[in-house]
Design a protein around this ligand. Structure first.
Ligand SMILES: [Zn+2]
Length: 192
């Protein structure tokens, strides 16, 4: 049998060698598919099976481990199309150049939405300090629209509950004076 493609769809070693050589020159899977009369998917499978081990390429997990990130960070970059590794077999593989780019990309993608400093793992939008500040200063952290809505609601409530509003204002006043270290003056005022 001198056919290059055998009935069970295996290629002769010479053809495999040619395929690998052409691929290493940078030919696309589609181009190779046309050259060898196969689908690009078939070419990809053949290269994964017979091609040289991908030297210098790292899997996603290894990239994350090497850089000290949670594995999902590079995954997210890839899914967002920010970094484009290759997938010759069943794993995504990153070149050394891509691995070098990843820390800067991660820093950019993981900026705190408020202060721009890097977010630690587990924080979704803001860094730890900003989260604490936002929890403590809820009003300050609202969007302008949300602030306007809040003010409107408060004014309506104050109008509907004048007695309670008066109590609250008085309590706030006392608290304010106490904070100023004039508690004694207040007490004196109260006695009058
Ligand atoms: Zn922050």
């Amino acid at each position: 049998m001198q056919k290059t493609v055998e009935p069970n769809n295996r290629l002769s070693p010479a053809i495999v060698e040619l395929l690998i050589r052409e691929r290493s020159k940078g030919k696309s899977l589609r181009h190779l598919g046309r050259m060898f009369g196969k689908s690009h998917e078939k070419i990809r499978q053949l290269l994964a099976k017979y091609g040289p081990p991908q030297v210098g390429l790292l899997s996603e997990n290894k990239v994350a481990a090497k850089l000290g990130y949670p594995a999902r960070w590079p995954t997210k970059l890839r899914k967002q199309g920010i970094i484009k590794p290759i997938k010759p077999g069943s794993f995504w593989l990153y070149s050394e150049e891509q691995v070098r780019q990843i820390p800067a990309l991660i820093t950019e993608a993981r900026k705190c939405k408020q202060c721009g400093r890097p977010r630690p793992a587990g924080s979704v939008r803001f860094c730890r300090e900003c989260n604490q500040y936002r929890r403590k200063h809820k009003y300050e952290s609202l969007s302008p629209e949300a602030k306007a809505k809040h003010v409107k609601r408060c004014l309506a409530w104050l109008k509907a509950n004048p007695e309670r509003a008066k109590e609250i204002r008085f309590r706030a006043y006392r608290k304010y004076r106490a904070k100023q270290g004039r508690g004694a003056v207040i007490a004196a005022d109260d006695r009058r």
